[in-house]
Write a protein that binds this ligand. Sequence first.
Ligand SMILES: CC(C)(COP(=O)(O)OP(=O)(O)OC[C@H]1O[C@@H](n2cnc3c(N)ncnc32)[C@H](O)[C@@H]1OP(=O)(O)O)[C@@H](O)C(=O)NCCC(=O)NCCS
Length: 220
Amino acid sequence: MTGMEAERFTLRDARPEDDPAIAALVIDGFLDKFRPVFGRGMEESVRIMERWVSLEHFSGGVQSFVVEGCEAGEVVASVGVRVSPADDEVMARGLWRALSRNLGFLRAMWATTLLSYPRYSARSSEAYVERLVVAPGFRNQGMARSLLAAAEDLARQKEKRTVGLHVSGNNIPALKLYEDEGYVEVSRQRSLLTARFLKIRDWIYLRKDLSPSVRKEAPL
Ligand SMILES: CC(C)(COP(=O)(O)OP(=O)(O)OC[C@H]1O[C@@H](n2cnc3c(N)ncnc32)[C@H](O)[C@@H]1OP(=O)(O)O)[C@@H](O)C(=O)NCCC(=O)NCCS
């Protein structure tokens, strides 16, 4: 990282030992989404999410960034970026095992149904940004913007042409950030199921073309 942000907080690549902290942040940041999916048991939710995050890192082609807090090992913000192909078999099997162990068969079926939104088909020319989250006490300091910039830098390094992501239609802060950063709506999915159970009716798919920034950075 360069510039002002780097002086105010430390943004770095996530390490395997950060997985539990990332999982806790994600559960906390998306509580309204995960509570109806995983039920009220917070411990179960965190265990499932820890497994999910580590599966993403080992088999999902995802790299994460974190922002450190003041205390050693404290992680206050994070984002994941899918830059390589995922091993879908391993991911699906691992996630199902974590869900069924912690929730039992029926609730695991239900969770799988809700978690199938938004649907996304990976493209090799695209980096996919997911689970961008900042701990409530650390918001409005530019951390999300910096994490998004780090994700885009990684995408450029990996020679991706676009960055894609999904955002729920009612997430105004995130929509504003993405719009500000040059993301444009490509399509939207509407789900009666998630409208009813997650209070999310629209899942908006946004994309940013990386080439203009590359041109901007080139000398003369
Ligand atoms: C969305 C989220 C990541 C923003 O994090 P943040 O660190 O507070 O964001 P930043 O300080 O980097 O703000 C960047 C821009 O986002 C927008 N923004 C952030 N919070 C906002 C709010 N409460 N209302 C409106 N716009 C907001 C603004 O455009 C802001 O730019 P500005 O400060 O120049 O006005 C954070 O609110 C969060 O973790 N929410 C829960 C998880 C989530 O919804 N993640 C997005 C998934 S798609």
